[in-house]
Design a protein around this ligand. Structure first.
Ligand code: BES
Ligand code: ZN
Length: 463
């Protein structure tokens, strides 16, 4: 029996213990955005460091101005082949409200069976506690069976991903040498569907910006002042409307700089996917694609940049009616980025676009809400072939390279700060209800996820 087969058998034989450890991790109420749970975040970090120490890593909980990081390196000095890797995951979770919409206690992991599919219900089971443990459990099995890992493995777990990772950037700068490895591995993405293993080679970046326009020094009677008085809601709406043309193209200057078209191979692969834009929109009671013309719904989500308005405020929004000209209006805008789009440049150009359209006696101010470049990996990046082969061996189906509309801002920073590419392999499903009530992770995702990572580790080590 090969070493890998023995590792896979060990994983199967000990899956119940692996599940118990996931239950233990899910029980920590590590909601990063709410200070009431600071203690729970620290407990989750302590628990993770304890587990890693228990399987032969030198793990430390490192303080930051926010929630702590967990950093671990393999204590075993045996000769390694293949790339050195940094595995990244986040132990924090989203808030659970509205809690009355949950069918089980969000922090009491509960295994249920639905239509023959077993799953664990609970906040963070999928995003990202179950996913990050797939890699830990693969390392555990490897060490138990083979004595050592064939790759030099280090870990970085953070506790602020769900609240914008404010401590991560300074942490990466301060620990650059320690954390720079040949390759980052991340398990915080999903599969195309329940049977199709997937590597996310495109993940959109993000620029968050609030635009605040102020006109008169107070709210005014719209009969007395309407006409001559500049109306910030009108000014703001006009600017927002100008941000897209009739084809849905974003009008910020140089916005598309660094955006590449899909290669013919990837486009052909995507067109052949069993994804139907109509049913995708149908699920949320829509039918007409409203994005950039000339691109399929799948491309619009996964490979095109957007500029979306997430909130708009101003004037009288209470019950009834009030004839007022507000002194102030504001909008929360987020751009999702692809390719080599530069977040700082896009923010600057968005600000300039707005400033140029604000009348001389009005003012505009801006508030920054985070930024991160997109992640995009060439399909020729050598570790991808190894990862894809390992996934195919486990799932008996070709792995696809896919794009994903969401963002994991740190992945871009791994490249810019640590010079490290990331391979994103995840086992979550669209139906996992991440960020929503009744989050779950299928036991199959967990079990085959662990087995997949064991195979990926073996495949990367195979020179
Ligand atoms: N795990 C998600 C990213 C994700 C979303 C993966 C959908 C797979 C499918 C991640 O934790 C997340 O939610 N990121 C945020 C960004 C952040 C700055 C709040 C997002 O995409 O909005
Ligand atoms: Zn998330």
């Amino acid at each position: 029996m090969s070493k890998l087969d023995a590792v896979l058998d060990h994983i199967d034989a000990h899956i119940d213990e692996s599940l118990s450890r996931l239950e233990a991790l899910v029980r920590f109420k590590s909601i990063s955005t709410d200070p009431a749970y600071n203690d729970e975040c620290r407990k989750a970090a302590d628990w993770l460091a304890g587990e890693l120490n228990g399987i032969g890593f030198t793990a430390e909980v490192r303080d930051t101005p926010g929630h702590p990081m967990v950093v671990a390196h393999d204590a075993d000095q045996a000769e390694k082949t293949g790339p050195s890797v940094l595995f990244y995951g986040h132990y924090d979770v989203q808030p659970v409200d509205p809690v009355d919409l949950w069918n089980t206690d969000p922090f009491e992991p509960t295994i249920v069976e639905r239509k023959g599919v077993k799953m664990m219900m609970g906040r963070g089971t999928s995003d990202d506690k179950g996913q990050l443990l797939t890699f830990v459990e693969a390392c555990r099995a490897y060490k138990a069976v083979a004595g050592s890992l064939p790759l030099a493995v280090s870990f970085l777990f953070e506790g602020e991903e769900e609240s914008g990772s404010p401590s991560l950037l300074p942490f990466l700068h301060a620990n650059k040498d320690e954390l720079s490895k040949d390759l980052a591995l991340v398990c915080d993405t999903g599969m195309f569907d329940a049977d199709t293993p997937s590597i996310t080679t495109m993940l959109r970046g993000l620029v968050g910006e609030e635009i605040i326009i102020t006109a008169a020094d107070r709210d005014l009677h719209s009969g007395m002042y309407g006409g001559p008085a500049a109306n910030p809601i009108r000014i703001l709406s006009k600017i927002l409307a100008d941000l897209h043309d009739e084809n849905g193209r974003v009008q910020i200057p140089d916005f598309y700089e660094g955006v590449q078209e899909l290669t013919p191979e990837v486009k052909a692969q995507w067109d052949a996917l069993p994804f139907d834009g109509k049913s995708f929109l149908g699920e949320v009671d829509l039918s007409i694609p409203a994005g950039e013309t000339g691109y399929s719904v799948y491309e619009q989500i996964n490979a095109r940049p957007t500029c979306e308005f997430n909130g708009i405020m101003g004037g009288y929004t209470g019950d009834g009616f009030k004839t007022v000209i507000a002194s102030k209006a504001s909008a929360k805008v987020s751009c999702r980025l692809v390719g080599q789009q530069d977040p700082d440049k896009i923010r600057d150009n968005l600000r300039a676009f707005v400033e140029a359209r604000v009348p001389a006696d009005c003012t505009v101010t801006f508030e920054e809400h985070g930024a991160g470049p997109a992640h995009s990996l060439s399909p020729d990046f050598p570790p991808l072939a190894k990862g894809a082969q390992a996934l195919k061996d486990e799932w008996n189906k070709d792995a696809i390279l896919m794009g994903m509309g969401g963002s994991i801002p740190i992945v871009g920073e791994f490249k810019t700060i640590l010079g490290m590419d990331s391979m994103l392999i995840g086992f979550a499903l669209d139906e996992d209800n991440i960020h929503s009530p009744n989050e779950k992770y299928n036991l199959k995702s967990y079990h085959k996820g662990i087995r997949s990572w064991a195979r990926v580790i073996a495949s990367l080590a195979d020179a």
